[in-house]
Design a protein around this ligand. Sequence first.
Ligand SMILES: Nc1ncnc2c1ncn2[C@@H]1O[C@H](COP(=O)(O)OP(=O)(O)OP(=O)(O)O)[C@@H](O)[C@H]1O
Ligand SMILES: [Mg+2]
Length: 365
Amino acid sequence: MATKIIKCPQCKNKVTVQANPGEKTYITCPQCNTKCVFTFPEEKTIAKTADTSFAIEVEGLVKMFNGFKAVDNVSFKVKTGEIFGFLGPNGAGKTTTIKMLTSILKPNQGTARIGGFDIRTNAIDAKKIIGFMPDVPGFYGEMKAEDVLHFYAEFYKIDKDTRNTKINELFEMMQLEDFRRKKVKTYSRGMKQKLGFCVALINDPKILILDEPTIGLDPQTIHFFRKMFMTLNQKGVTIFLSSHILSEVQEICTKVGIINHGRIIAVDTIDELGKKTMSRKNKKVLITFENITQKAIDAIKKISGIIDIQTNESKKRLEIEIESGKNIIPIINQTLVENNIGVNRIESKEATLEDIFLSLVRKDK
Ligand SMILES: Nc1ncnc2c1ncn2[C@@H]1O[C@H](COP(=O)(O)OP(=O)(O)OP(=O)(O)O)[C@@H](O)[C@H]1O
Ligand SMILES: [Mg+2]
């Protein structure tokens, strides 16, 4: 949905209209009651887009820093309309990949297409259709928040009237109206994140690229951002979300890509990843006790059918992944009894995105 200010053909009064590109809108001038029809122009970017079924197509991206491969032959596709979660441990290469997608960094090899536009040959058109929120939105502290948005609006050559309407809308949407005339240096971290999100939305992007947008925010603000993502996605915006908050990704993402040591180790829906990585529907069992000894853990490890064992720091809980079809819980129980370990509870657990993520990253070592 785009917004335009047009002049009434009769009294020249300015009227705000909203519609999709190419759509006809019937308008009644609030001043002179003249009725007219306005057809929104088709956006140039749509006409030029080569393939709109994929919002982002990444092919063999490589980024080297002084001989170190930070991003190593990364390929994946994000369908138009998807919310795609981009996960990986610290230093895995998420931000570097994002910087290449947004043309901040040039790849050493490979390329990406954003809405069909190749970042090597058509970076400007690609930039026009994306909204980007970096991991640490940087602002000039002496600038007032509304001047920041005017600056970016000018950068995108948004005409003055549309710009004012858009900026009002964004401040209202992000609940920053009362602070719009304050200097950015007086903003809290959460307010800066919100302003960063306003900047990402100033050009009505079709694709939002967000690098850990909710990092360091309080639970209420995280919830607020999450609702914004869902609302924008329902309006057709594709979202590429890098995040460490796995519960958030599990809740809103339709698909995830996992990167480790610069390489993609999985791209799929969370359900499919669960089936594949939790080793073809392997079971997870949680065992809680007062205390466990290394001897008992070693004894359990020897039981046939155990794929992985994790213990928590206080040694009061074991998480055991068991091969599908093996009913070895009684054997585990027996081993614990033999080792004089008093068990408090044994429970089966559904695989969460966190389990999938940890399992994939561990196996990738
Ligand atoms: N400008 C740079 N010069 C040299 N090395 C860099 C540069 N930027 C990133 N790196 C290295 O590239 C690797 C990937 O970094 P990147 O910032 O992409 O990780 P990330 O997945 O975003 O991590 P995090 O979750 O901590 O944000 C790291 O080893 C990092 O040290
Ligand atoms: Mg990062």
